[in-house]
Design a protein around this ligand. Structure first.
Ligand SMILES: NC(=O)c1ccc[n+]([C@@H]2O[C@H](COP(=O)([O-])OP(=O)(O)OC[C@H]3O[C@@H](n4cnc5c(N)ncnc54)[C@H](OP(=O)(O)O)[C@@H]3O)[C@@H](O)[C@H]2O)c1
Length: 264
């Protein structure tokens, strides 16, 4: 696989770099990270052995793949900075929330663009990455899928669903972690030390997700297996539902979705 440059070594950029650097697809030295912060760059260089640069223009020379990993408000500036040096065979991979392929192509009309929406699970090769591209980008799309397969699960989706993918997959990390925190707090209230409650809650979450992932079952089937009639699990589940658990999660997801459609 040829060289790759990631513009933006922040929260997500670091997670992607860490996954890609430990994959077999790229040698660490063929990955270049560009960031404004010298401190950020020193960390990734030291921890992951990748190349780093503060100079965007030189860092994208002779590079096949350019991952855009900056904040939405920073994207336009980056695109205008690189547009005159980009060659037409360079592929842009955008992680940026809320900016369409068409909008990117308005600034860089001659480059193929693929949109990806990973999450920070990438750092542990457990990202959920939704990917979309136009019909004329089929071959490159296959390669990008392979690239992101090295850092977790991938799903090719229609671009119109990218905002929904951001809420469910990327913000989803925060949603699950807030639920995990509540589980830990419940454990502490029942008498566990915080670190014990965390060990139990985290391993239980991994077990629950793995059951569904590996058995391919609907969550409710796995719930039925631990729900004895008139037992403590159904008592707890029903109380959570009386308090609005499912409803508040769905409402939260829809609030997040409404918000993302207003972000530019
Ligand atoms: N975090 C997630 O879980 C997640 C998931 C999916 C998608 N995304 C999307 O991924 C993108 C990056 O998110 P993030 O959380 O990683 O953001 P972030 O932590 O703010 O990282 C962006 C980095 O890019 C740097 N940067 C900005 N403009 C630059 C330039 N012209 N040259 C060099 N470096 C530059 C920033 O430096 P300064 O801070 O100094 O400006 C910052 O270090 C966003 O568009 C976000 O919507 C994020």
């Amino acid at each position: 696989m040829s060289k790759i440059t990631i513009i933006g070594g922040g929260n997500l950029g670091k997670s992607i770099i860490s996954g890609l650097a430990s994959s077999n697809l790229f040698e660490a030295k063929s990955i270049t990270v560009v960031d404004k912060s010298k401190y950020n760059l020193q960390i990734v260089e030291k921890e992951l052995g990748v190349s780093t640069s503060q100079d965007i223009l030189s860092s994208i020379k002779e590079v096949k793949w350019v991952i855009l990993c900056v904040q939405p408000r920073q994207l336009d500036g980056v695109l205008h900075e690189i547009k005159d040096v980009l060659t037409t065979d360079q592929i842009l991979i955008s992680t940026v929330t809320g900016t369409s392929i068409e909008e990117i192509n308005e600034v860089v009309p001659n480059n193929k663009v693929i949109r990806v929406m990973p999450n920070t699970g990438a750092a542990k090769k457990l990202s959920m990455t939704c990917i979309s591209a136009n019909d004329n980008v089929k071959d490159e799309l296959e390669i990008v899928v392979k690239m992101f397969d090295t850092i977790g699960e991938t799903l090719v989706i229609e671009e119109r669903l990218m905002q929904a993918a951001t809420v469910l997959g990327a913000s989803g990390i925060a949603f699950f972690l807030r639920f995990l925190r509540a589980m830990i707090q419940g454990g502490i209230q029942m008498g566990f030390h915080p670190h014990e409650a965390q060990i139990i809650a985290v391993q239980t979450a991994i077990g629950a997700a793995t059951l569904v992932a590996e058995n391919g079952t609907h969550p409710e089937r796995e719930i039925d297996k631990v729900t004895t009639p008139q037992g403590c699990t159904i008592e707890g589940l029903n109380e959570m539902e009386h308090q609005g658990l499912s409803s508040s999660v769905i409402k939260g997801i829809m609030a997040s979705y409404e918000k993302i459609n207003t972000i530019k």
